[in-house]
Design a protein around this ligand. Structure first.
Ligand code: GRG
Length: 304
């Protein structure tokens, strides 16, 4: 579909991936269980189909292409990444955590369904990820051995030594200034770990060789950090648009973000360095890695 690096072609790949993932996610709700749990499945569906970028499964798709596989048949096995990402957003928005009322321009899950249902919707999304990965209907697509490695990767990347651990570090660092080293460690876990797992899952499903796997692993590390820096920069721009200068300064003072620690120019410079590192990591993979290159550029240039 997409052969070179022009912005248009990566946009086409992103649109193609998002359409496939959106449609596969909708069809989960046609499963027999879906209608039986009324409000709970409604609450899961509300957040799952609220219009995310689907960047995690799209990264796995690009990793699959980079090792010579058509990603389309693997879409069902990539949905667990979105299920886990969505659960993390629902729980992160709860009053006990970030206490946010809006997500993707819509009222957050707990605002619509109440805290208790939002907690359960997150729990059910998380566990459903592993129901899918262990489903024997995928035996022909991918061996049990490979899917077990994917289970391990996903549970590791999203658990104690990954996203959940990073979220805890973030909570603990609130209200005090931390070092750049600690900030990197925090974000490598909170945001970076699931992004790295997305790339590694594509590599596992595509049965990448050791050297390809290593290249993809390094790419995923760099892109994970770049994603967070870009997210922080977007937040600063959002604050600048909605808050006065003084309020903005006050806001940044309390938050441990890349722009707060490095300044806006310093954060932009670091994002570029991470982009270069990601491109270097896949330089040996030829044009099959063009989607990965395009996504890395998109991640630091994105507007949402
Ligand atoms: C509560 C267990 C638990 C973990 C929360 C990921 C996370 C950890 C919190 C989300 C809060 C946040 C804004 C994190 C920064 C980066 C990030 C993950 C942004 C949202 O991801 P996108 O941009 O969202 O991929 P879309 O809407 O496109 O799916």
């Amino acid at each position: 579909l997409v052969k070179n690096n022009s912005g248009k072609e990566i946009e086409a790949f992103l649109d193609y991936g998002k359409a496939l993932v959106d449609s596969a996610l909708s069809s989960l709700f046609l499963e027999p269980w879906a209608g039986r749990f009324g409000r709970l499945s409604e609450s899961m569906r509300y957040s799952l189909l609220a219009g995310g970028k689907r960047i995690r499964p799209i990264l796995s798709m690009a990793a699959l292409s980079s090792v010579g596989h058509d990603p389309e048949p693997y879409i069902p096995l990539l949905l667990p990444l979105e299920l886990i990402h969505t659960y993390s957003l629902i729980h992160d928005d709860l009053p006990a955590m970030d206490n946010d009322d809006l997500r993707r321009g819509k009222p957050t899950n707990h605002v619509v369904f109440g805290d208790a249902t939002a907690i359960l919707a997150g729990d059910a999304l998380l566990t459903y990820a592993f129901t899918i990965l262990s489903d024997p209907r995928y035996d022909e697509l991918s061996s049990e051995k490979v899917r077990l490695a994917v289970v391990r990767e996903l549970s590791h990347g999203s658990g104690l030594a990954g996203m959940v651990g990073g979220q805890m570090l973030d909570m603990e660092s609130e209200g005090r200034r931390i070092s750049l080293e600690d900030l990197e460690f925090l974000h490598r876990h909170k945001t970076g770990a699931l992004i790295l797992s997305s790339v590694r899952i594509g590599a596992l499903l595509g049965e990448a060789g050791a050297s390809e796997f290593n290249s993809l692993d390094q790419y995923g590390e760099s892109v994970g950090v770049a994603f967070q820096i870009a997210d922080d920069l977007l937040d600063v721009e959002g604050d600048a648009a909605t808050l006065g200068k003084a309020a903005q300064k006050d806001n940044n003072h309390l938050k441990n973000t890349y722009p707060a620690l490095l300044g806006i120019d310093g954060a932009k410079k670091m994002a570029k360095e991470k982009l270069e590192a990601a491109l270097d990591a896949v330089s040996g993979l030829g044009e099959k890695a063009d989607h990965l290159r395009g996504i890395a550029r998109y991640i630091i240039e994105r507007r949402n």
